[in-house]
Design a protein around this ligand. Structure first.
Ligand SMILES: [Fe+2]
Length: 267
């Protein structure tokens, strides 16, 4: 089947049809996938059958992989590049990160060099629930009221990890994509603590107005997972959130493998 790119929603996202990621990708195919990723920000590859090694190989086409700070207890045995996102338990212990991404965020935004993108591969899914929401921060920036753009100006913000408060970094509130040159909103409710150079209450009020704007339905695509889906999103210009409304239900099993591609310093 020839390689096809099919748009998934008005907000963002495209499905890549006709590509078996368990095999090496030809350079011409890679160029099209890379272009589609820059244009659509989120790519969905359906019906994949990937070993951990094959997922790592495909991920590495986009750059070196990042180790997640939680990987000490949540990485896949023998594959430190793979973070396990899972509600499964073995011997009463979680096998991976159970409650990943409860608020809108961009992966590893608290690093000096946050992630370029993440690839999440669905192995076992519940019969309902567990969607991932993706929000287009390029469109959100373009449609941000001038009043809010002016209030932020060139300011930076403080980001920190929710699990390890010593991991922190300052990044521009609005960053420029290093490959497309397009501006986007980078702050997010899970990892951004405050805007630099503002009084705490002013910063909190401004961030909350920006977040309300970013969460409008016109910017959002909600991905309904099927087993075998591999979804690759651009952390430089997309926020995402996991729907974990059934997390306390013991029959709710959602088991996934994530690889994270290292990025560069936001500007
Ligand atoms: Fe995440």
């Amino acid at each position: 089947m020839p390689l096809m790119i099919r748009q998934l929603s008005e907000a963002l996202g495209a499905e890549v049809i006709g590509l078996d990621l368990s095999r090496p990708i030809a350079d011409a195919e890679f160029v099209r996938v890379h272009r589609a990723h820059l244009d659509h920000h989120v790519l969905v590859f359906r019906e994949q059958q990937l070993t951990p090694r094959q997922q790592i190989e495909f991920s590495r086409r986009f750059g070196p992989l990042d180790a997640h700070p939680s990987q000490g207890d949540a990485h896949l045995a023998g594959h430190p590049e793979i973070l396990v996102i899972s509600t499964r338990q073995e011997n009463g212990k979680d096998v991976g990160i159970r409650n990943a991404g409860p608020l809108w965020h961009s992966d590893l935004a608290y690093r000096q060099q946050p992630s370029l993108g993440s690839m999440l591969y669905a192995i076992e899914l519940p019969d309902s629930g567990g969607n991932t929401g993706f929000a287009n921060m390029v469109k959100a920036y373009e449609r941000l009221p001038a009043r809010l753009k002016a209030a932020v100006g060139e300011r930076r913000a403080l980001f920190s990890s929710t699990r390890n408060l010593s991991l922190l970094a300052h990044h521009p509130v609005f960053r420029t994509h290093p490959e497309t040159g397009r501006k986007s909103i980078f702050v997010n409710p899970q990892l951004t603590k405050s805007i630099d150079g503002m009084a705490a209450e002013d910063s909190a009020a401004l961030l909350s107005e920006i977040y309300v704007h970013c969460q409008q339905p016109e910017f959002i695509y909600s991905h309904e997972w099927r087993p075998g889906d591999l979804v690759f999103w651009d952390n430089r210009c997309v926020l995402h959130i996991a729907d974990h409304t059934r997390l306390d239900d013991p029959t709710y099993i959602r088991h996934m493998h994530r690889t994270t591609i290292a990025g560069d310093q936001p500007f």
